[in-house]
Design a protein around this ligand. Structure first.
Ligand SMILES: [Zn+2]
Length: 199
């Protein structure tokens, strides 16, 4: 299973009328074996999956193996200038989508594509997703502080419980009779000694 460290938010940087099929063709035309995103959110709020979460998408070079990439359709005006043109339905759908992803990947950080270059626009190689996703989704994407180990371990413990219990159970069953045998063996020797001493 992939370890997901980041959930990247993108824009498709094209018309808001772009269809799923057009996006698929766009990626194929680039010669990409995998699409750029796992999920795409359309202006009517519809969420479409392009790729299984276990597979690697082509969203942010150098980070893809540990990332989930999601995009909203839009992000540029008629002159292809960056603009946050998300519809209300898109904003709601993004929150639903990201909240679900956070539940599955509690330690993943939600950020915009451009945040990989920091907060200085001069350093952005792209404006994608054309809004401050890291700030907007800070509440959903809150990473539990490392300074508090108890809180940090909580989600990990919850995930592991079901897998660990059946493994532990038979181990205990094997261990306990051995302990009992040792005790009884020990008590037999004590008894023998006490009998010898009495004689
Ligand atoms: Zn992007």
């Amino acid at each position: 299973m992939r370890q997901i460290k980041r959930i990247f938010v993108h824009c498709t940087a094209g018309s808001q009328k772009t269809t799923l099929k057009q996006l698929e063709n766009e990626f194929k035309a680039k010669g990409w074996k995998s699409p750029g995103y796992h999920y795409v959110v359309f202006p009517d709020g519809k969420i479409e999956q392009m790729l299984d979460e276990s597979k690697v998408s082509n969203g942010v070079k150098g980070y893809n193996s540990t990332s989930i990439n999601v995009a909203y359709v839009g992000g540029v005006d008629s002159k292809l200038k960056p603009v946050d043109n998300r519809t209300e339905a898109q904003k709601d759908a993004l929150i639903t989508l990201l909240s679900g992803l956070r539940e599955r990947y509690p330690n993943a950080h939600i950020m915009g594509h451009r945040d990989i270059w920091g907060k200085d626009p001069k350093k952005w190689q792209k404006w994608c997703p054309c809004f401050d996703a890291e700030a907007e989704y800070a509440e959903i994407g809150k990473v539990v502080p490392v300074q508090n180990p108890t809180l940090m371990l909580e989600p990990i413990a919850q995930v592991d419980t079901s897998e660990v219990v059946p493994v532990e159970a038979p181990v205990q069953e094997v261990v306990e009779p051995v302990k009992n045998n040792k005790k009884s063996f020990f008590s037999i020797i004590v008894n023998l000694f006490s009998k010898l001493i009495r004689k």
